[in-house]
Design a protein around this ligand. Structure first.
Ligand code: CMP
Ligand code: MG
Ligand code: ZN
Length: 427
Protein backbone atom coordinates (compact mmCIF):
# COMPACT_ATOMS: atom_id res chain seq x y z
CA UNK A 1 0.00 0.00 0.00
CA UNK A 2 2.82 2.29 0.94
CA UNK A 3 4.46 1.78 -2.41
CA UNK A 4 1.26 2.34 -4.33
CA UNK A 5 0.63 5.53 -2.45
CA UNK A 6 4.15 6.77 -3.06
CA UNK A 7 3.86 6.11 -6.75
CA UNK A 8 0.53 7.86 -7.08
CA UNK A 9 1.92 10.83 -5.17
CA UNK A 10 4.91 11.10 -7.48
CA UNK A 11 3.16 10.62 -10.79
CA UNK A 12 1.09 13.78 -10.96
CA UNK A 13 4.23 15.87 -10.39
CA UNK A 14 5.98 14.11 -13.23
CA UNK A 15 2.97 14.40 -15.47
CA UNK A 16 2.28 18.02 -14.78
CA UNK A 17 5.59 19.23 -16.13
CA UNK A 18 5.44 17.13 -19.27
CA UNK A 19 1.88 18.24 -19.85
CA UNK A 20 2.78 21.84 -19.25
CA UNK A 21 5.36 21.74 -22.00
CA UNK A 22 3.14 19.65 -24.26
CA UNK A 23 0.54 22.35 -23.89
CA UNK A 24 3.21 25.01 -24.40
CA UNK A 25 1.16 27.19 -26.69
CA UNK A 26 -1.86 27.01 -24.41
CA UNK A 27 0.16 27.81 -21.29
CA UNK A 28 1.85 30.62 -23.15
CA UNK A 29 -1.45 32.17 -24.16
CA UNK A 30 -2.90 31.71 -20.68
CA UNK A 31 -0.08 33.30 -18.75
CA UNK A 32 0.31 36.12 -21.21
CA UNK A 33 -3.33 37.04 -20.60
CA UNK A 34 -3.55 36.64 -16.86
CA UNK A 35 -0.16 36.64 -15.15
CA UNK A 36 1.57 39.38 -17.00
CA UNK A 37 -0.03 41.92 -14.75
CA UNK A 38 2.40 40.78 -12.02
CA UNK A 39 4.97 39.16 -14.30
CA UNK A 40 7.03 40.31 -17.20
CA UNK A 41 5.49 42.38 -20.00
CA UNK A 42 6.46 40.97 -23.40
CA UNK A 43 6.92 43.49 -26.22
CA UNK A 44 5.25 42.30 -29.43
CA UNK A 45 8.62 41.78 -31.15
CA UNK A 46 9.74 39.50 -28.29
CA UNK A 47 6.60 37.38 -28.67
CA UNK A 48 7.36 37.06 -32.39
CA UNK A 49 10.98 35.95 -31.93
CA UNK A 50 10.10 33.54 -29.10
CA UNK A 51 7.75 31.67 -31.45
CA UNK A 52 10.92 29.89 -32.64
CA UNK A 53 12.17 29.00 -29.16
CA UNK A 54 11.64 25.25 -29.78
CA UNK A 55 13.75 25.30 -32.97
CA UNK A 56 17.44 24.58 -33.55
CA UNK A 57 17.49 27.60 -35.88
CA UNK A 58 16.29 29.95 -33.09
CA UNK A 59 17.99 33.33 -33.56
CA UNK A 60 19.07 34.56 -30.14
CA UNK A 61 20.50 37.75 -31.64
CA UNK A 62 17.03 38.70 -32.93
CA UNK A 63 15.56 38.08 -29.47
CA UNK A 64 18.30 40.23 -27.99
CA UNK A 65 17.45 43.13 -30.32
CA UNK A 66 13.70 42.69 -29.91
CA UNK A 67 14.07 42.80 -26.12
CA UNK A 68 16.37 45.84 -25.94
CA UNK A 69 19.37 43.67 -25.04
CA UNK A 70 17.50 41.56 -22.47
CA UNK A 71 17.53 38.18 -24.20
CA UNK A 72 18.63 36.34 -21.06
CA UNK A 73 15.85 37.73 -18.86
CA UNK A 74 13.18 36.80 -21.41
CA UNK A 75 14.70 33.37 -22.05
CA UNK A 76 14.76 32.55 -18.34
CA UNK A 77 11.22 33.80 -17.79
CA UNK A 78 9.90 32.03 -20.87
CA UNK A 79 11.39 28.65 -19.96
CA UNK A 80 10.52 28.85 -16.25
CA UNK A 81 6.94 29.48 -17.33
CA UNK A 82 6.81 26.81 -20.05
CA UNK A 83 8.19 24.13 -17.74
CA UNK A 84 5.79 25.32 -15.03
CA UNK A 85 8.75 25.81 -12.66
CA UNK A 86 7.34 29.01 -11.14
CA UNK A 87 4.25 27.18 -9.84
CA UNK A 88 5.94 23.89 -9.03
CA UNK A 89 8.71 25.44 -6.92
CA UNK A 90 6.70 28.44 -5.72
CA UNK A 91 9.23 30.86 -7.14
CA UNK A 92 8.21 34.44 -6.38
CA UNK A 93 7.92 36.11 -9.79
CA UNK A 94 9.42 39.38 -8.54
CA UNK A 95 12.49 37.42 -7.28
CA UNK A 96 12.84 35.65 -10.61
CA UNK A 97 12.81 38.93 -12.53
CA UNK A 98 15.22 40.64 -10.11
CA UNK A 99 17.56 37.63 -10.23
CA UNK A 100 17.47 37.47 -14.04
CA UNK A 101 18.20 41.20 -14.26
CA UNK A 102 21.11 40.85 -11.84
CA UNK A 103 22.49 37.98 -13.94
CA UNK A 104 22.32 40.25 -17.00
CA UNK A 105 24.27 42.97 -15.15
CA UNK A 106 26.95 40.43 -14.15
CA UNK A 107 27.21 39.05 -17.69
CA UNK A 108 27.72 42.63 -18.96
CA UNK A 109 30.33 43.60 -16.36
CA UNK A 110 33.37 42.98 -18.57
CA UNK A 111 31.77 43.97 -21.91
CA UNK A 112 32.87 40.69 -23.51
CA UNK A 113 32.33 40.15 -27.23
CA UNK A 114 31.45 36.46 -26.63
CA UNK A 115 30.93 35.61 -22.95
CA UNK A 116 27.99 37.93 -22.46
CA UNK A 117 24.28 37.59 -21.68
CA UNK A 118 23.50 36.58 -25.28
CA UNK A 119 25.76 33.52 -24.94
CA UNK A 120 23.96 32.62 -21.69
CA UNK A 121 20.56 33.00 -23.41
CA UNK A 122 21.84 30.93 -26.34
CA UNK A 123 23.07 28.07 -24.14
CA UNK A 124 19.83 28.12 -22.12
CA UNK A 125 17.70 27.87 -25.29
CA UNK A 126 19.95 25.12 -26.65
CA UNK A 127 19.59 23.10 -23.43
CA UNK A 128 15.81 23.51 -23.81
CA UNK A 129 15.96 22.32 -27.43
CA UNK A 130 17.99 19.23 -26.47
CA UNK A 131 15.69 18.30 -23.56
CA UNK A 132 12.64 18.71 -25.79
CA UNK A 133 13.76 17.01 -29.00
CA UNK A 134 15.67 14.09 -27.50
CA UNK A 135 12.74 13.43 -25.17
CA UNK A 136 15.10 13.68 -22.18
CA UNK A 137 12.62 16.03 -20.52
CA UNK A 138 10.34 12.98 -20.06
CA UNK A 139 13.12 11.19 -18.18
CA UNK A 140 14.16 14.09 -15.97
CA UNK A 141 12.36 15.00 -12.75
CA UNK A 142 11.01 18.50 -12.28
CA UNK A 143 13.92 19.36 -9.99
CA UNK A 144 16.38 18.16 -12.64
CA UNK A 145 14.67 20.29 -15.30
CA UNK A 146 14.98 23.27 -12.95
CA UNK A 147 18.66 22.40 -12.46
CA UNK A 148 19.26 22.23 -16.23
CA UNK A 149 17.68 25.61 -17.03
CA UNK A 150 19.16 27.27 -13.95
CA UNK A 151 22.70 25.94 -14.56
CA UNK A 152 22.58 27.02 -18.21
CA UNK A 153 21.48 30.53 -17.25
CA UNK A 154 24.28 31.04 -14.69
CA UNK A 155 27.02 28.94 -16.32
CA UNK A 156 29.30 31.86 -17.36
CA UNK A 157 28.07 34.51 -14.88
CA UNK A 158 30.56 37.38 -14.47
CA UNK A 159 32.95 35.88 -17.02
CA UNK A 160 36.00 38.11 -17.23
CA UNK A 161 36.57 37.62 -20.96
CA UNK A 162 39.86 35.88 -20.17
CA UNK A 163 40.63 32.18 -19.77
CA UNK A 164 41.41 30.13 -16.68
CA UNK A 165 45.00 29.95 -17.85
CA UNK A 166 45.20 33.75 -17.99
CA UNK A 167 43.88 33.95 -14.42
CA UNK A 168 46.45 31.42 -13.27
CA UNK A 169 49.37 33.08 -15.09
CA UNK A 170 48.48 36.56 -13.83
CA UNK A 171 47.82 35.19 -10.30
CA UNK A 172 44.46 36.95 -10.23
CA UNK A 173 42.34 37.15 -7.06
CA UNK A 174 39.97 34.43 -8.28
CA UNK A 175 42.87 32.13 -9.19
CA UNK A 176 44.23 32.55 -5.66
CA UNK A 177 40.74 32.06 -4.18
CA UNK A 178 40.10 28.82 -6.08
CA UNK A 179 43.68 27.44 -6.04
CA UNK A 180 43.94 27.43 -9.85
CA UNK A 181 41.18 24.77 -10.11
CA UNK A 182 38.33 25.54 -12.55
CA UNK A 183 38.79 29.15 -11.54
CA UNK A 184 36.09 30.77 -13.67
CA UNK A 185 33.57 27.94 -13.32
CA UNK A 186 33.87 28.02 -9.53
CA UNK A 187 33.29 31.76 -9.66
CA UNK A 188 30.22 31.49 -11.94
CA UNK A 189 28.38 29.22 -9.48
CA UNK A 190 29.58 30.89 -6.32
CA UNK A 191 28.73 34.42 -7.46
CA UNK A 192 25.28 33.36 -8.73
CA UNK A 193 24.49 31.68 -5.39
CA UNK A 194 25.71 34.77 -3.58
CA UNK A 195 23.09 36.84 -5.46
CA UNK A 196 20.38 34.60 -4.03
CA UNK A 197 21.46 35.42 -0.50
CA UNK A 198 19.64 38.72 -1.03
CA UNK A 199 16.02 38.19 -0.06
CA UNK A 200 14.63 39.98 -3.13
CA UNK A 201 16.57 37.65 -5.47
CA UNK A 202 16.14 34.41 -3.58
CA UNK A 203 14.33 32.40 -6.26
CA UNK A 204 14.88 29.17 -4.30
CA UNK A 205 13.26 30.46 -1.11
CA UNK A 206 10.37 27.97 -1.13
CA UNK A 207 12.32 24.81 -1.99
CA UNK A 208 12.40 22.09 0.66
CA UNK A 209 15.76 21.53 2.33
CA UNK A 210 16.24 18.31 0.34
CA UNK A 211 15.33 19.91 -2.99
CA UNK A 212 17.58 22.89 -2.28
CA UNK A 213 20.52 20.60 -1.49
CA UNK A 214 19.91 18.27 -4.47
CA UNK A 215 19.60 21.23 -6.82
CA UNK A 216 22.81 22.77 -5.52
CA UNK A 217 24.74 19.51 -5.97
CA UNK A 218 23.49 19.20 -9.55
CA UNK A 219 24.18 22.83 -10.46
CA UNK A 220 27.71 22.72 -9.03
CA UNK A 221 28.52 19.49 -10.86
CA UNK A 222 27.08 20.71 -14.16
CA UNK A 223 28.73 24.13 -14.21
CA UNK A 224 32.11 22.78 -13.08
CA UNK A 225 31.90 20.27 -15.92
CA UNK A 226 31.79 23.14 -18.46
CA UNK A 227 35.51 23.63 -17.77
CA UNK A 228 37.09 22.57 -21.07
CA UNK A 229 40.11 21.16 -19.26
CA UNK A 230 37.90 18.27 -18.14
CA UNK A 231 36.46 17.69 -21.61
CA UNK A 232 38.38 14.60 -22.77
CA UNK A 233 38.07 12.83 -19.41
CA UNK A 234 34.35 13.61 -19.30
CA UNK A 235 33.80 12.17 -22.78
CA UNK A 236 35.88 9.08 -22.00
CA UNK A 237 34.05 8.39 -18.72
CA UNK A 238 30.59 8.68 -20.26
CA UNK A 239 31.62 6.59 -23.31
CA UNK A 240 32.84 3.85 -20.98
CA UNK A 241 29.73 3.98 -18.83
CA UNK A 242 27.56 3.42 -21.93
CA UNK A 243 29.09 -0.08 -22.18
CA UNK A 244 28.04 -0.91 -18.61
CA UNK A 245 24.63 -2.56 -18.14
CA UNK A 246 23.29 -0.04 -15.65
CA UNK A 247 25.79 2.66 -16.25
CA UNK A 248 23.66 5.78 -16.62
CA UNK A 249 24.61 8.50 -14.17
CA UNK A 250 21.89 11.17 -14.12
CA UNK A 251 24.14 14.09 -13.14
CA UNK A 252 26.76 13.10 -15.72
CA UNK A 253 24.14 12.92 -18.47
CA UNK A 254 22.83 16.35 -17.48
CA UNK A 255 26.38 17.72 -17.45
CA UNK A 256 26.92 16.38 -20.95
CA UNK A 257 23.80 18.19 -22.17
CA UNK A 258 25.01 21.50 -20.73
CA UNK A 259 28.54 21.00 -22.05
CA UNK A 260 27.22 20.15 -25.54
CA UNK A 261 24.96 23.24 -25.53
CA UNK A 262 27.95 25.35 -24.45
CA UNK A 263 29.96 24.34 -27.53
CA UNK A 264 26.99 24.01 -29.89
CA UNK A 265 27.43 27.02 -32.15
CA UNK A 266 29.53 25.11 -34.72
CA UNK A 267 26.42 22.92 -35.16
CA UNK A 268 24.14 25.93 -35.81
CA UNK A 269 23.49 27.64 -39.14
CA UNK A 270 26.56 29.24 -40.74
CA UNK A 271 25.27 32.76 -40.11
CA UNK A 272 24.99 32.10 -36.34
CA UNK A 273 28.18 30.01 -36.11
CA UNK A 274 30.26 32.55 -38.03
CA UNK A 275 29.04 35.41 -35.84
CA UNK A 276 29.81 33.49 -32.63
CA UNK A 277 33.25 32.48 -33.89
CA UNK A 278 34.19 36.06 -34.78
CA UNK A 279 33.02 37.24 -31.35
CA UNK A 280 35.03 34.53 -29.56
CA UNK A 281 38.14 35.20 -31.62
CA UNK A 282 37.95 38.92 -30.83
CA UNK A 283 37.67 38.04 -27.12
CA UNK A 284 40.71 35.74 -27.40
CA UNK A 285 42.65 38.42 -29.34
CA UNK A 286 41.94 41.00 -26.62
CA UNK A 287 43.43 38.56 -24.12
CA UNK A 288 46.42 38.22 -26.48
CA UNK A 289 46.80 42.02 -26.49
CA UNK A 290 46.88 41.95 -22.67
CA UNK A 291 49.39 39.08 -22.70
CA UNK A 292 51.67 41.06 -25.02
CA UNK A 293 51.42 44.09 -22.71
CA UNK A 294 52.34 41.96 -19.70
CA UNK A 295 55.22 40.26 -21.49
CA UNK A 296 53.49 36.87 -21.27
CA UNK A 297 53.55 34.35 -24.14
CA UNK A 298 50.40 34.24 -26.27
CA UNK A 299 47.80 31.65 -25.22
CA UNK A 300 46.51 29.44 -28.05
CA UNK A 301 44.25 31.34 -30.52
CA UNK A 302 45.05 34.67 -28.83
CA UNK A 303 47.58 36.21 -31.24
CA UNK A 304 45.54 38.38 -33.61
CA UNK A 305 48.39 38.47 -36.14
CA UNK A 306 49.02 34.77 -36.60
CA UNK A 307 45.94 32.79 -35.52
CA UNK A 308 44.54 30.62 -38.28
CA UNK A 309 40.84 31.02 -37.53
CA UNK A 310 39.40 28.74 -40.22
CA UNK A 311 41.94 25.98 -39.53
CA UNK A 312 41.37 26.14 -35.81
CA UNK A 313 37.61 25.89 -36.27
CA UNK A 314 37.99 22.75 -38.36
CA UNK A 315 40.15 21.30 -35.58
CA UNK A 316 37.69 22.33 -32.86
CA UNK A 317 34.81 20.75 -34.79
CA UNK A 318 36.71 17.51 -35.54
CA UNK A 319 38.23 16.93 -32.11
CA UNK A 320 35.73 18.50 -29.73
CA UNK A 321 32.30 19.22 -31.22
CA UNK A 322 31.66 16.08 -33.30
CA UNK A 323 32.66 13.57 -30.59
CA UNK A 324 30.59 15.48 -28.02
CA UNK A 325 27.43 15.49 -30.11
CA UNK A 326 27.96 11.90 -31.16
CA UNK A 327 28.14 10.91 -27.48
CA UNK A 328 25.10 13.05 -26.72
CA UNK A 329 22.99 11.30 -29.34
CA UNK A 330 24.23 7.84 -28.27
CA UNK A 331 23.52 8.53 -24.59
CA UNK A 332 20.07 9.99 -25.15
CA UNK A 333 19.21 7.08 -27.45
CA UNK A 334 20.19 4.59 -24.76
CA UNK A 335 17.95 6.35 -22.26
CA UNK A 336 14.97 7.23 -24.42
CA UNK A 337 14.44 4.22 -26.71
CA UNK A 338 13.46 1.89 -23.80
CA UNK A 339 11.17 4.62 -22.44
CA UNK A 340 9.41 4.95 -25.80
CA UNK A 341 9.02 1.17 -26.05
CA UNK A 342 7.64 0.97 -22.53
CA UNK A 343 5.23 3.83 -23.17
CA UNK A 344 3.94 2.27 -26.37
CA UNK A 345 3.09 -0.92 -24.42
CA UNK A 346 1.23 0.89 -21.65
CA UNK A 347 -2.03 2.28 -22.95
CA UNK A 348 -2.70 4.43 -19.90
CA UNK A 349 0.81 5.81 -19.68
CA UNK A 350 1.52 9.46 -19.12
CA UNK A 351 3.28 9.74 -22.46
CA UNK A 352 0.13 10.53 -24.36
CA UNK A 353 -0.69 7.56 -26.58
CA UNK A 354 -3.56 9.52 -28.11
CA UNK A 355 -1.15 12.25 -29.12
CA UNK A 356 1.21 9.70 -30.61
CA UNK A 357 -1.34 8.89 -33.25
CA UNK A 358 -1.33 12.56 -34.10
CA UNK A 359 2.30 13.08 -34.99
CA UNK A 360 1.78 16.35 -36.77
CA UNK A 361 0.37 18.28 -33.83
CA UNK A 362 -3.07 19.71 -33.28
CA UNK A 363 -5.03 22.84 -33.93
CA UNK A 364 -6.05 24.42 -30.65
CA UNK A 365 -8.39 27.44 -30.83
CA UNK A 366 -6.97 28.24 -34.22
CA UNK A 367 -3.35 28.06 -33.00
CA UNK A 368 -0.98 25.31 -34.06
CA UNK A 369 0.07 23.21 -31.05
CA UNK A 370 3.12 21.09 -31.75
CA UNK A 371 3.23 17.52 -30.50
CA UNK A 372 5.82 17.22 -27.72
CA UNK A 373 4.86 13.74 -26.50
CA UNK A 374 7.50 11.05 -26.07
CA UNK A 375 6.01 9.19 -29.00
CA UNK A 376 6.71 12.07 -31.33
CA UNK A 377 10.44 12.19 -30.47
CA UNK A 378 12.46 11.64 -33.62
CA UNK A 379 16.04 10.91 -32.61
CA UNK A 380 17.13 10.21 -36.18
CA UNK A 381 16.09 13.67 -37.36
CA UNK A 382 17.71 15.23 -34.30
CA UNK A 383 20.99 13.52 -35.13
CA UNK A 384 20.90 13.92 -38.92
CA UNK A 385 20.15 17.64 -38.64
CA UNK A 386 23.22 18.16 -36.45
CA UNK A 387 25.50 16.02 -38.59
CA UNK A 388 24.40 17.88 -41.77
CA UNK A 389 24.93 21.37 -40.39
CA UNK A 390 28.31 20.53 -38.84
CA UNK A 391 29.42 19.11 -42.18
CA UNK A 392 28.26 22.23 -44.07
CA UNK A 393 30.06 24.52 -41.63
CA UNK A 394 33.26 22.52 -41.96
CA UNK A 395 33.04 22.90 -45.75
CA UNK A 396 32.65 26.66 -45.40
CA UNK A 397 35.74 26.87 -43.17
CA UNK A 398 37.68 24.74 -45.64
CA UNK A 399 36.80 27.17 -48.44
CA UNK A 400 37.88 30.10 -46.30
CA UNK A 401 41.08 28.33 -45.28
CA UNK A 402 41.85 27.76 -48.95
CA UNK A 403 41.26 31.43 -49.75
CA UNK A 404 43.74 32.43 -47.07
CA UNK A 405 43.06 33.81 -43.65
CA UNK A 406 44.09 37.44 -43.93
CA UNK A 407 40.65 38.89 -44.71
CA UNK A 408 39.13 36.95 -41.90
CA UNK A 409 41.17 38.66 -39.20
CA UNK A 410 40.21 42.11 -40.31
CA UNK A 411 36.61 40.96 -40.41
CA UNK A 412 36.61 39.74 -36.80
CA UNK A 413 37.72 43.08 -35.42
CA UNK A 414 35.45 45.08 -37.70
CA UNK A 415 32.44 42.92 -37.00
CA UNK A 416 32.76 43.16 -33.23
CA UNK A 417 33.56 46.90 -33.32
CA UNK A 418 30.51 47.59 -35.49
CA UNK A 419 28.36 45.59 -33.07
CA UNK A 420 29.75 47.48 -30.10
CA UNK A 421 29.03 50.84 -31.75
CA UNK A 422 25.55 49.58 -32.54
CA UNK A 423 25.03 48.58 -28.89
CA UNK A 424 26.31 51.96 -27.66
CA UNK A 425 23.95 53.95 -29.90
CA UNK A 426 21.07 51.81 -28.67
CA UNK A 427 21.84 52.06 -24.97
P1 CMP B 1 32.92 28.67 -22.37
O1 CMP B 1 31.66 29.16 -23.01
O2 CMP B 1 33.24 29.18 -21.01
O3 CMP B 1 32.96 27.09 -22.36
C1 CMP B 1 33.17 26.37 -23.57
C2 CMP B 1 34.42 26.90 -24.18
O4 CMP B 1 34.78 26.32 -25.40
C3 CMP B 1 34.26 28.38 -24.50
O5 CMP B 1 34.15 29.08 -23.30
C4 CMP B 1 35.46 28.60 -25.36
O6 CMP B 1 36.60 28.77 -24.57
C5 CMP B 1 35.55 27.27 -26.11
N1 CMP B 1 34.96 27.39 -27.45
C6 CMP B 1 33.65 27.47 -27.76
N2 CMP B 1 33.50 27.53 -29.10
C7 CMP B 1 34.72 27.51 -29.62
C8 CMP B 1 35.21 27.55 -30.94
N3 CMP B 1 34.38 27.63 -31.98
N4 CMP B 1 36.55 27.52 -31.13
C9 CMP B 1 37.39 27.43 -30.07
N5 CMP B 1 36.97 27.39 -28.79
C10 CMP B 1 35.68 27.42 -28.56
MG1 MG C 1 32.42 28.78 -19.15
ZN1 ZN D 1 29.77 29.18 -21.99
Amino acid sequence: MGMVKKKSEEKPKFRSIVHAVQAGIFVERMYRKSFHMVGLAYPEAVIVTLKDVDKWSFDVFSLNEASGEHSLKFMIYELFTRYDLINRFKIPVSCLIAFAEALEVGYSKHKNPYHNLIHAADVTQTVHYIMLHTGIMHWLTELEILAMVFAAAIHDYEHTGTTNNFHIQTRSDVAILYNDRSVLENHHVSAAYRLMQEEEMNVLVNLTKDDWRDLRNLVIEMVLSTDMSGHFQQIKNIRNSLQQPDGIDRAKTMSLILHAADISHPAKSWQLHHRWTMALMEEFFRQGDKEAELGLPFSPLCDRKSTMVAQSQIGFIDFIVEPTFSLLTDSTEKIIVPLIEEASKTETSSYGPSRRSNMKGTMNEGTYSPDYSLGSVDLKSFKNNLVDIIQQNKERWKELAAQGESDLHRNSEELVNTEEKHAETHS
